[in-house]
Design a protein around this ligand. Structure first.
Ligand code: FRU
Length: 508
């Protein structure tokens, strides 16, 4: 063949073959491999590919829940931090959108928040409403910057006057959470500053005034404070009483080792946070609940989620082509018990739409060496159980069980602790900090212990006693490890009720 005819032949062949070949590959991707990798969360949010850390800019606007997140568009490790973006109408099914904010001359785009500027206080929106992002520019120093969007978060413009808060001489100065405070008609910012937080106020999101600092003498101080969050909640069972909850992440020095979240319950007057709380309170006693943020602008409830990972091994968890996942969005509330304020977290009610099959039991005695659940298998499950304590020393569930794998979720009646043991959960050897047993004190209520457990392909979230004690942990079991066991040791326990639901994937 002459060269021209070879080329012609290749051209015709490619025209004929490539579209067919490509669509075949894409179809294969969509149906078989996309969001179907062995450790791919089936109903938790994860980016299609590349590295993700903190949730950012959570805001509800015009019927959409926005989820921005720390994202590396170029790889599966931390770097080139930008804001990835997804939206959802129900907090469960997410639609991926293009990267919203990319690094610039001031540095990478670290964590921050988004507000709805309803009355155009910023002047960006010609008198209408719009979205303003407040984030940390992380270059040589860390400073606070803003950007705005006039089209529901689809495109963003960085403010020319950035940074709006230049670095005040503090090395770790980041993660601004901003919200509107009605009583003083002002925006409030809480921002991490070393091992404490600072408060600023503004009328227009551009000019900020420092008002106070909190934390030097309170809380845990084993590491740097990050990603603060502040909101007001009604106190359950006490009409008229409200309290402010200040959530602050700490890395390292958290309760389960590495990074984690603490909270303070107190008062906020628009400028200053105060609390009488002396002890350290932890949001979650597992290893993988970090950088918690709540949605701004939700009409009727406070919802937050967190990054399910831990800086001790975040970059080594064995997933590809993506790394990290978010927790299930949780509704947060507050109760007062024996003079103490206690935070409660429960999966959002929208999760129930994923339930497909249900198995139920009532009033049944559980004895050692039996397994009521030997016929049930599952990789994505919701378990709801209520136990009446009796002679058992320890009881609970083993999930994602295989011939050599299991994750144990148990209650120890001697120590009154709820625990998760992931030492044999599957792949654990990528970090010495990964295998372990994590536990939290939890008093039985009227001699009963209640558990709600969410199992996914690579995570287990445990909510004890109506979400008063929570443990969130990643696990990396073999896809075939899908067995389930209800166990008791050292005596019997009475199962008052048990419901097990299989959950559908949100990515299919
Ligand atoms: C918390 C954090 C934040 C920072 C971001 C950088 O995980 O360290 O303080 O803004 O991650 O990616």
């Amino acid at each position: 063949m002459r060269p021209l005819s070879v080329l012609t032949f290749l051209l015709i062949a490619s025209l004929l073959l490539v579209p067919w070949g490509t669509s075949k590959v894409q179809a294969g991707n969509t149906n078989e491999t996309l969001y179907n990798e062995p450790y791919r969360p089936q109903y938790h949010f994860s980016p299609q590919k590349n590295w993700m850390n903190d949730p950012n800019g959570l805001v509800y606007y015009k019927g959409e829940y926005h989820l921005f997140y720390q994202y590396n568009p170029y790889g599966n490790k931390w770097g080139h931090l930008s804001w990835g973006h997804a939206v959802s109408k129900d907090l469960i099914h997410w639609k991926h959108l293009p990267v919203a904010l990319k690094e610039d001359d001031l540095g990478m785009i670290f964590s921050g928040s988004v507000v709805v500027d309803k009355h155009d206080t910023s002047g960006f929106f010609d008198g209408k409403s719009g979205m303003v992002a407040i984030y940390t520019s992380a270059g040589e120093t860390q400073q606070q910057s803003i950007a705005y969007s006039k089209d529901n978060g689809r495109t963003w413009h960085k403010y020319k006057g950035n940074p709006v808060i230049p670095n005040p001489g503090i090395k770790d100065f980041r993660d601004p959470k901003v919200f509107w405070y009605d009583e003083t008609d002002q925006w409030v910012m809480v921002v991490a500053a070393g091992d404490r937080v600072q408060f600023y106020t503004s009328k227009n999101l551009k000019d900020w005034t420092f008002t106070s600092e909190f934390g030097a003498d309170r809380g845990a101080h084993g590491g740097v404070w990050e990603c603060p969050e502040l909101f007001e909640l009604p106190v359950k069972g006490n009409p008229g009483e409200t309290k402010w909850v200040l959530q602050v992440d700490i890395n390292p020095g958290a309760v389960a080792g590495g990074s984690g979240a603490q909270y303070f319950v107190g008062e906020f007057d628009g400028k200053k946070f105060t609390t009488e709380q002396k002890d350290v309170k932890w949001v979650d006693y597992g290893k993988d609940f970090y950088a918690t943020q709540s949605w701004n602008n939700t009409p009727d409830r406070r919802i937050w989620l967190a990054w399910m990972n831990n800086w001790q091994y975040a970059q080594d968890i064995p997933t590809s082509p993506w790394r990290s996942a978010m927790s299930i969005p949780r509704e947060v509330s507050l109760k007062k018990e024996d003079g103490e304020y206690v935070l409660l977290q429960e999966p959002v009610r929208e999760l129930s739409q994923l339930r497909k099959n249900i198995h139920t039991w009532k009033n049944q005695w559980i004895t050692p060496k039996t397994n009521l659940l030997s016929d049930i298998k599952g990789e994505t499950l919701e378990i709801q159980a209520e136990f009446q304590l009796d002679t058992a020393k320890e009881f609970g569930f083993k999930v994602r069980k295989g011939s050599e794998e299991e994750t144990v979720i148990g209650y120890n009646t001697d120590n009154k602790t709820l625990f998760v043991d992931r030492t044999k959960s599957g792949q654990t050897d990528f970090s010495e900090h990964f295998p372990g047993v994590y536990q939290a004190k939890m008093e039985p209520e009227n001699n009963t212990v209640q558990l709600r457990i969410l199992v996914d392909r690579s995570s287990v979230e445990v909510f004890g006693n109506d979400g008063e004690t929570v443990l969130t942990n990643r696990i990396f079991p073999n896809l075939k490890s899908q067995g389930l066991e209800l166990f008791t040791e050292g005596g019997n326990v009475k199962l008052k009720t048990l419901k097990i639901y299989h959950l559908k994937s949100t990515w299919k």
